[in-house]
Design a protein around this ligand. Structure first.
Ligand code: MRU
Length: 350
C-alpha cells in the first residue's frame, strides 16, 4: 500500500472498525475507531464514511465487530444478534444499495458458518468483510481501465460529488477513470462541482485529485451550464448510489441537472459504478428511496447560518438521472449502453 493509498474503512488492530473521518477533511486527517455497532451507524449517518461502496464496506465490518464482541454462547444466539445488528445498520441511510448488498452478503455468510464453532464463525465473518473490501478494490481498478479507454488526451471532464477512493475501498469509480487515464499518460483536466450542501466535491474530490497530481478546478454547482456553453467540458463522469434495472441512476443531488445540461450541449454523460451498485430488484428510478437530510445542513452548514431562523427547507440528498440521458454505464465488466435492461442484467449475472 503506497503512502498515497486511501483507506476510508479498515479493520483496526484492536478489533475496531477504523474509519477515516471525512467530515474533517480536507483540513485534518483523523481516524475514528468504532468499538460499538452504534459508532459505525453514527459514522454512516453523519457521513464520516460515505459513498456507496464505502458504506457497504463499513457496514460489513460493523457486522464483524458485533460478532467479535459478542458473548453469545450458541451460534443461534449469535445469528440473532447479527440479524438485529444488520437491521439496525440498514436503517442508517436508505439510498445506496451497496449498504443492503453488503449486509445481505454478511447475513448469508453467517448462515453458512452457523454449523461451525463460534470462534470460527467470528473469524469467518471478519474475513468476509475484508473480502468485500478487497474485491471492491479490484472492481474499482477494472472500472478505471474500462473508463480510461473513453478518455481522449486533452479532454476536460466534469464530475459531481465524490466518487473517489474515499467513497469506495480506496480507488474510486468516477475518479478511478481519471486516475487510470492519468497513469496512462493521458493529459486531462478535471472540473469538480463543489456539491452543495455538504461540499463533497470541494472538500474531497479536489483533495484526492490534487494528491494524485491531476489538474483540477473547483466550480460552484451553478457554474456548470456556463462551462458547457463555453466549450470548456468534453465529458461528464459521475458515480451512482443505486442503478435501477432499467438504467435510471440515483446519485448525489444535482447529478440529474448535470445530465440534462450535458444532453443540451451534446456532451456525453457517463455513470461509473461497480455491479454491486446495480439493483435488478428495483425496476425504475422512481422506485429508489431518496434520503432527505436535516435542514441545518442547508441553513448552517459548516458553522455559519446562511438563512433566516425558522425558514422551511427541503433537502433531498439524491436525485435520479433517467437512463435516456446516460451515454453509457461503466462497470468492472465493461462499458454498457442502452438498452440498459438486458445490458445490466447480463453485467450482473455474467
Ligand atoms: O451522500 P454521499 O456523500 O454518500 O453521496 C455519495 C455519492 O453520491 C457518490 O457519487 C456515490 O455514492 C458514488 S461513490 C463511488
Amino acid at each position: 500500500m503506497s503512502e498515497k493509498t486511501i483507506r476510508p474503512v479498515s479493520w483496526g488492530e484492536n478489533g475496531t472498525v477504523r474509519i477515516l473521518d471525512q467530515t474533517r477533511l480536507p483540513l485534518e486527517t483523523v481516524y475514528k475507531e468504532c468499538a460499538q455497532v452504534g459508532d459505525v451507524w453514527e459514522a454512516i449517518k453523519s457521513l464520516r464514511v460515505r459513498g456507496a461502496p464505502a458504506i457497504g464496506v463499513a457496514a460489513a465490518f460493523g457486522i464483524a465487530l458485533v460478532a467479535n464482541r459478542s458473548n453469545a454462547q450458541s451460534t443461534d444466539a449469535l445469528l440473532g444478534e447479527l440479524d438485529r445488528a444488520a437491521d439496525y445498520l440498514a436503517s442508517s441511510r436508505p439510498t445506496a444499495v451497496n449498504l443492503f448488498w453488503a449486509l445481505d452478503r454478511m447475513r448469508a455468510r453467517a448462515a453458512e458458518l452457523a454449523q461451525k464453532p463460534i470462534e470460527e464463525m467470528k473469524r469467518g465473518l471478519t474475513e468476509e468483510a475484508q473480502a468485500i473490501l478487497d474485491e471492491d478494490d479490484q472492481l474499482c481498478r477494472a472500472i478505471g481501465e474500462h473508463g480510461a479507454a473513453l478518455i481522449q488526451s486533452g479532454e476536460a471532464v466534469l464530475t459531481h460529488c465524490n466518487a473517489g477512493g474515499l467513497a469506495t475501498s480506496g480507488y474510486g469509480t468516477a475518479l478511478a477513470v481519471m486516475f487510470t487515464a492519468h497513469s496512462q499518460g493521458k493529459r486531462l483536466e478535471v472540473y469538480a462541482n463543489e456539491t452543495r450542501p455538504l461540499l463533497q466535491g470541494s472538500r474531497l474530490t479536489t483533495w484526492e485529485l490534487m494528491r494524485a497530481n491531476i489538474p483540477v478546478t473547483l466550480i460552484c454547482d451553478s457554474m456548470a451550464a456556463h462551462l458547457m456553453q463555453s466549450g470548456k467540458v468534453q465529458r461528464v463522469v459521475t458515480g451512482a448510489d443505486r442503478i435501477a434495472a432499467n438504467g435510471d441512476a440515483a446519485n448525489k443531488i444535482g447529478t440529474y441537472g448535470l445530465a440534462v445540461l450535458a444532453k443540451a450541449h451534446d456532451i456525453p454523460f457517463h455513470v461509473a459504478a461497480p455491479t454491486t451498485t446495480i439493483d435488478l430488484s428495483t425496476p425504475t428510478g422512481g422506485d429508489i428511496p431518496i434520503e432527505e437530510r436535516a435542514a441545518e445542513e442547508v441553513t448552517e452548514g459548516f458553522g455559519r447560518r446562511t438563512a433566516p431562523p425558522g425558514v422551511q427547507v427541503y433537502s433531498p440528498a439524491f436525485d435520479v438521472t433517467p437512463a435516456e440521458l446516460i451515454a453509457s454505464i461503466i462497470t468492472e465488466k465493461g462499458e454498457h449502453k442502452a438498452p440498459y435492461g438486458p445490458a445490466l442484467k447480463e453485467a450482473v449475472q455474467s
